[in-house]
Design a protein around this ligand. Structure first.
Ligand SMILES: [Fe+2]
Length: 144
């Protein structure tokens, strides 16, 4: 997701949305470092692997950007929906991993994954707030 976020930031119309995604981009960079610590804590080495589900979600995000006009709030609605689908996938993934880490007795890994899970949930809530505060209504006004 770290690679896709700059495109969403660039495409976003409202400053609020740009800011929310920019903050999460910084968190995401830190999450990558944290993942290295997770692997370290269980004596394993991380290896990059393409995630087909995420690839699909990001393709959908690209399509939404292509299907909406630059500078509109309708585009922001599309960006929020794409970003929230990604966050929900991340929440599911980190939730599964932190539970497995607990089951296997990897308590350090579990607490590191809990930190990331909390950040993902927070990012999702902030996106909902941006939508509810301003973007959805502004978009509705555009299409009336
Ligand atoms: Fe995320």
């Amino acid at each position: 997701m770290a690679l896709a976020l700059p495109k969403l930031i660039k495409g976003a119309t409202s400053e609020d949305l740009k800011q929310t995604i920019t903050t999460h981009l910084e968190e995401t960079k830190n999450q990558i470092l944290r993942l290295e610590s997770v692997f370290d804590s269980i004596g394993e080495k991380p290896a990059a692997k393409k995630c087909l589900a995420m690839e699909g979600l990001l393709k959908e995000a690209t399509e939404l950007l292509e299907d909406t006009d630059k500078g509109t709030e309708v585009r922001d609605v599309a960006i929020i929906s794409a970003a929230q689908k990604v966050e929900h996938y991340e929440i599911a993934s980190y939730g599964i991993l932190r539970t497995l880490a607990g089951t296997l007795g990897y308590s350090e890994a579990q607490s590191l994954l809990d930190e990331t899970l909390a950040e993902e949930k927070n990012a999702d809530s902030l996106l909902t707030r941006v939508a509810e505060n301003y973007v959805n209504e502004a978009a509705a006004a555009e299409v009336k």
